[in-house]
Design a protein around this ligand. Structure first.
Ligand code: ZN
Length: 240
């Protein structure tokens, strides 16, 4: 005669196996979420850096433009002064100053053109970085939504399994249930195992012949070494 606790014990073991798999699946979701978040953060940093570079070039250019304007004013005042100078030496000195100012203006013009060109290039790079960032952000947001839905679904399933677990547990005597829980929480994998070659299918401890016979007749026997429940299954056999 089979032990009346056996069916619910096997049922409980099966449900617990599903709970474990589900818990692993649920643990994967926050992990994937963190990967996406990190990726987006990195792209954001790249984009911000490009923005910073562009701002720097713009500042340089504005400074050059400002310098150019004041240099133009200086040049204009030099030129008007030149007309008033009567002394030859002073006149020559002023001519030289005008020449220098014109030279400096030419340099500033070249630098401004260089910076404008640089600005354009950076603009393109920045735009590409922005697009990558925006596109991936949108994609990640969509993926996060899917993950959230998945997580909620798994959570619902988990609730069902836990209720099922509780129902089946109620059919098992408290003493056996306590033993089952202790073996399970010890992390030894299956709690209900078959008699294999006359030994415990979990820890391989040899069972006395009389016990083996009782198991073959349907008795559920607790292994004195590992605490698992030993039963007679399809693959069971006496010692050879
Ligand atoms: Zn054992």
């Amino acid at each position: 005669m089979r032990d009346e606790n056996l069916e619910p014990l096997l049922g409980l073991q099966e449900i617990d196996g599903r709970i474990d798999r589900l818990a692993r699946e649920m643990a994967e979701i926050p992990r994937e979420r963190r990967i996406h978040e990190k990726e987006i953060e990195e792209q954001k940093v790249t984009f911000e850096k490009e923005k910073e570079k562009a701002a720097e070039v713009s500042r340089d250019k504005e400074k050059c433009v400002g310098d150019k304007e004041s240099m133009q004013e200086t040049l204009a005042s030099f030129k008007s002064k030149l007309l008033e100078l009567k002394d030859n030496d002073a006149y020559r000195t002023m001519l030289m100053q005008i020449e220098n100012a014109e030279k400096r203006l030419g340099e500033l013009d070249i630098r401004i053109i260089e910076l404008m060109y640089e600005e354009e290039l950076i603009e393109e790079v920045q735009e590409a970085a922005r697009k990558t960032f925006e596109r991936n952000k949108a994609r990640a947001a969509k993926r996060q939504q899917i993950l959230d839905d998945q997580f909620n679904e798994l959570q619902e399933k988990m609730k069902e399994l836990e209720a099922e677990c509780e129902r089946v547990s109620g059919e098992i005597s408290p003493r056996l249930l306590d033993r089952y829980q202790r073996v399970r929480t010890a992390g030894k994998g299956l709690v209900v195992v078959g008699l294999i070659n006359g030994t415990c299918g979990g820890c391989h401890t040899k069972m006395p012949p009389q016990t083996a016979v009782e198991i073959s007749q349907g008795k559920t026997f607790p292994c004195p070494i590992c605490g698992r429940f030993i039963i007679w299954t399809e693959g069971s056999s006496f010692s050879d």
